[in-house]
Design a protein around this ligand. Structure first.
Ligand code: IPT
Length: 1000
């Protein structure tokens, strides 16, 4: 291709011109063979920082002659490198998931093709030119440019960068000069390459990863390929280093030395795994230079259909990770990458799929060092062809084949020295075709040591594992039991049956969720065929922006006026965009905790090490006993150093057992790091389990209990009628026209009012049901969001009053009859509530509960029940029983698009309080509560979290039941057991005023 260079990258364009290279479907042009990432023996000149920058709406409007060193860029702006220009005021971000943001007309791209021209001056000293004179070479390296770029140095054309998330290197030895040099880069937002880069993310352009000039001295090692094998049987390592020049190799710590190209037995070594990421430093040296490489001895394999690391079966507890920062987009800093790795390690995650492109190479250094298994995925997705039946799919069209293989070649070349990389992935959602098969073949030839992953081909012709996304638990159960439906081709079926099974994506974490993680964990652990899975996804891609009133929001698709777009489907992470963990992350950390504690009969515990490689000696265990949510005792727990997947039974410590007692006694066992690791300080909690004491109690009965401790005898206060349609009962005042409370002990209290709706979660809103509609649409059809209440009767009784209220939606016949039987005694007011559906009510409702409106001054809540975080029927693993206190503002979970949030489960009583006192609400059976300044209607009607304005009221929802969460926005429907059907129910409620100090 080199001979075509000048024509291909000419910047001499007619005003209407589209440079022909924008429709180039091959590999980059003019670049040198890719090198393995870390090996640079000479000095580096970092070219990051401010560059001169010019933005044009179309290529023809970009300044011509700009590559000329003498060009006057005095009137240009400055743009930092690395960065995306859309996040610095040029053009606009554009979000699409599957659909392309341009016509599917390969390889052509729109004429309106935003074009960035970049210039940067740098000086080279005599030392660089001296090294060149002595035979050294100078390389200009780009780590990532989106989407395509043409590059010049000192006016001389170098070539084209193609492949946004892959490195490109130019040999610029013949172009550099002493003193001033000028590098000029023209970047286009759209190019043929975009057809290969249709990932579900923002389209963001520019030089978004680092640029550097590297000096490779003559005769120095500059491309180092490390093979560091580990033999599980003997525990010995074997090292072989290949290099572009013959060199010596040494690992001083092991007393190992030899030559490149030779097998070097390393003797006994500590192997590398995510749990024990042992690295050794190897030095590769010639007389003119040396490079140091971090070496991890390890062996990855598929043995008898089981995925193994160092001969042991491994379970991947992973996340899909896009590179994202709300201000920087995919231009992450080293600190951002370190933050991600530490967050993942501290949440018990052991694996990352780099969805759907190779990450910044520094991220892999961090995974090596701190211990994460990586599926390194190639920069390839052609999902937008699916809607057209995959017609013209680049994966299958010969003209794209070289480009596909080139992408694989560059990823493997860059990343093959990383022990953390345990598998290559061809890409994501790219259909099937010969191009993918060629990528697979290339990877197997270039690096036989790693299995290859690809999900798009369910026959697994070009994948060493069988990978699926978003299957229902029933389907996973069939695979775990080896009873999945066979493939039509028996040979292919047999081949697939011999491969480990991976969930490359599951548990879609969009908005409130994901639910149901525990069920997947159990299935994955039930069969050695299952090698684990990756939750979709790590982080919300909400961009920092402002709403129309200037309030800060995390923007999603459509917020920049782009069309088409896919809305908030881009906010589906376990982490919020600002890198605070969502409740989903807390839940996931609990579900995948590395050591598990269970009850093993009265007075006995079972402790299980569910790690794959290490024991428990790095952990220390402690216990506490809580009585009614208050700590009653604590101590340490002696746990033997169990081997991976081994378990042991222990007695509950005597001191703890002695504290066993009546209701609400719990034993909490906590496992902490006994010493600091590279990723967390000593004392960091890796696992925590709460068990009823002394014996495991049955889960709280879903059946309402007819009487309970909160029932009040009828010998209470006498009702007294007051002016204005009011009725006084003890310290309570009722509104006789509504059949509701108006006041309690002088505090305004409105309610309880039956509530069957919630602000739809993303899963409620997007998950289609067998009926065809989404859950949220069915609720709307039932009028759940606009229920009205009519007082049917108000009846005074000795010692109380009984209201019967009918609840129904306008235009609809079905309703609910609720009877409230109120009694007062002293300051306590109690109600027996019974509910009778009238009509069919075949469709599940959102919740079955009651809402109170309380003064907004009640700004803090104490409760006895599950906490501290939010929990729903299928997201409750991390919830612990206790006495918790939180500010009302902190009970709210800030999902990017407002929706149902903040419930706490298994609550015996809840007490909202303000400076003037508060109110305690107790219930029987135990209930879920939500205390919030936002009504469901307000949550549902507000597009962005930052635009939510609190109402002048505190809503207290007290729910007998609420729908679970699931993952239906991209996945199976919610299991029926987590739906709420409207059936006759009873509930006992008691209310009493709370003093200012009470409960604190
Ligand atoms: C799947 C994609 O692989 C992923 O990139 C993301 O879009 C995810 O869905 C949803 O957020 S593809 C889906 C159609 C199964």
């Amino acid at each position: 291709m080199t001979s075509d260079l000048p024509a291909l990258i000419s910047d001499d364009l007619s005003p209407e011109g589209t440079p022909p290279y924008l429709t180039w479907t091959g590999p980059p042009v003019g670049t040198r063979a890719p090198r393995t990432a870390p090996a640079c023996p000479g000095p580096r000149l970092d070219l990051d920082g401010p560059w001169r920058f010019h933005w044009a709406a179309r290529p023809g409007e970009a300044p011509s002659g700009f590559a000329d060193p003498g060009f006057d860029d005095g009137g240009w702006d400055e743009l930092p490198v690395p960065a995306h220009w859309q996040l610095h005021g040029y053009g606009r971000p554009w979000y699409t998931n599957i659909q392309y943001p341009f016509p599917v007309d390969p390889p052509h791209v729109p004429g309106d093709n935003p074009t960035g021209s970049y210039r940067r001056r740098f000086r080279l000293g005599a030392d660089w030119l001296g090294a060149v004179a002595a035979g050294g070479r100078v390389v200009l390296r780009f780590e990532g440019v989106d989407s395509t770029a043409a590059v010049w140095l000192n006016g001389g054309p170098l070539g084209l960068v193609v492949g946004s998330r892959l490195p490109a290197e130019f040999d610029v030895t013949a172009h550099v000069r002493e003193g001033d040099n000028v590098v000029a880069v023209r970047v286009h937002q759209w190019s043929a390459a975009g057809y290969l880069e249709d990932q579900d993310m923002w389209w963001l352009s520019g030089i978004f990863r680092s640029v550097a000039l590297e000096l490779l001295p003559a005769g120095a090692p500059s491309d180092v390929v490390v093979h560091a094998d580990y033999e599980p049987g003997t525990g010995h390592g074997l090292l072989r280093v290949e290099c572009d020049v013959p060199a010596s190799v040494e690992i001083a710590e092991l007393g190992l030395s030899g030559r490149t190209g030779e097998d070097l037995p390393a003797g006994p070594v500590e192997p590398w795994s995510a749990e024990a990421p042992r690295l050794y430093e190897a030095v590769v040296a010639t007389e003119t230079g040396r490079v140091a490489v971090a070496v991890g001895f390890r062996r990855v394999g598929v043995d008898g259909g089981v995925f193994t690391v160092n001969g042991r079966e491994v379970l991947l507890r992973g996340v899909n990770r896009h590179e994202f920062h709300p201000e920087r987009g995919r231009a992450l800093t080293f600190q951002d990458m370190l933050d991600d790795v530490l967050i993942l390690k501290r949440h018990n995650v052991n694996a990352v799929r780099t969805s759907h492109y190779p990450p910044h190479p520094h991220f892999l250094d961090l995974c090596d060092r701190h211990g994460l298994y990586v599926i390194d995925e190639c920069d390839l997705e052609t999902h937008g062809f699916e809607a057209g039946g995959w017609q013209g799919n680049p994966s299958a069209e010969p003209m794209w084949r070289d480009a596909l293989v080139d992408r694989m070649r560059r990823m493997v070349a860059r990343d093959r020295d990383h022990p953390s990389v345990v598998m290559w992935s061809l890409g994501n959602e790219a259909g099937t075709g010969a191009g993918l098969a060629a990528m697979y073949d290339f990877a197997k030839r270039a690096d036989p040591s790693r299995p290859v992953h690809y999900e798009g081909d369910q026959e697994t012709r070009c994948s060493d594992v069988w990978s699926q996304m978003y299957p229902a638990t029933e389907a996973v159960a069939a695979v775990a039991a080896r009873s999945e439906p066979p493939l039509p081709d028996p040979a292919q079926d047999a081949a697939r049956r011999g491969k480990p099974y991976l969930l490359c994506e599951y548990a879609h974490a969009m908005g409130n969720g994901p639910g149901g993680l525990l069920a997947y964990r159990e299935l994955m652990e039930s069969s050695d065929r299952c090698m684990g899975g990756f939750v979709w996804e790590y982080i919300d891609h909400g961009l920092a922006a402002a709403d129309d009133r200037g309030r800060p929001i995390f923007a999603y698709g459509g917020d920049f006026g782009e069309s088409p777009h896919d809305g908030n489907f881009v906010c589906d992470g376990l982490m919020f965009a600002d890198r605070t963990p969502s409740p989903g992350m807390v839940e996931y950390a609990k579900v995948i905790e590395p050591v598990r504690v269970e009850a093993a009969g009265p007075g006995r515990l079972r402790v299980r090490n569910v790690q794959d490689h290490v024991g428990l000696s790095h952990l220390e265990f402690g216990w506490t006993v809580e009585a009614g949510g208050v700590e009653a005792g604590k101590g340490t727990l002696a746990v033997p150093d169990l081997a991976p997947w081994e378990s042991a039974e222990l007695d509950v410590p005597e001191e703890a057992a002695a504290l066993a007692g009546s209701d609400d006694r719990f034993l909490t066992v906590t496992a902490r790091l006994s010493a600091a690791t590279s990723w967390a300080p000593a004392g960091h909690v890796v696992a925590r389990t709460q068990l009823p004491l002394p014996a495991p109690a049955p889960a709280p009965s879903p059946e309402p209990v007819p009487t309970g401790p909160t029932a009040v005898t009828p010998a209470g206060a006498r009702p007294v009628r007051e002016a204005g349609g009011l009725l006084r009962l003890g310290s309570a005042v009722f509104d006789l026209t509504r059949g509701e409370l108006r006041e309690l002990a002088g505090m305004p209290v409105a309610g309880p009012r039956l509530e069957l709706w919630r602000a739809p979660t993303d899963n409620d809103r997007l998950g289609h049901r067998p009926e065809g509609a989404t859950t949220a649409a069915m609720w709307e059809a039932l009028g759940l969001h606009r229920l009205t209440h009519r007082l049917v009767s108000a009846q005074e009784e000795p010692g109380g009053v009984v209201f019967t209220v009918r609840t129904a939606a306008a235009g609809l016949r079905d309703g609910v009859l609720t009877r409230y039987r109120w009694r007062a005694a002293g300051d306590t007011l109690a109600a027996s509530i019974s509910l009778t559906p009238q009509g069919a009510w075949a469709f599940p409702v959102a919740r079955l509960g009651w809402t109170f409106e309380l003064p907004a001054a009640l700004d803090s809540v104490t409760w006895l029940g599950g906490g501290p975080g939010e929990a729903y029927a299928d997201t409750r693993a991390a919830s612990r029983f206790g006495r918790h206190t939180a500010a009302v503002a902190d009970l709210h979970t800030p999902y990017a698009r407002p929706q149902e949030n903040g419930q706490r489960l298994d609550v015996a009583w809840v007490e909202p309080r303000g400076p003037e006192g508060g109110i305690r609400v107790s219930g029987e059976p135990r209930f879920g509560f939500t205390a919030t300044r936002f009504s469901p209607r307000r949550l549902a009607g507000t597009a962005h979290q930052g635009s939510l304005e609190p109402e002048d009221v505190l809503y207290l929802h007290v729910d007998l039941a609420q729908r679970g969460i699931g993952s239906a926005s991209c996945g199976p429907g919610l299991p029926g057991r987590h739906e709420v059907l409207l059936t006759p129910a009873t509930f006992h409620l008691s209310l009493s005023p709370a003093a200012v100090k009470r409960g604190s």
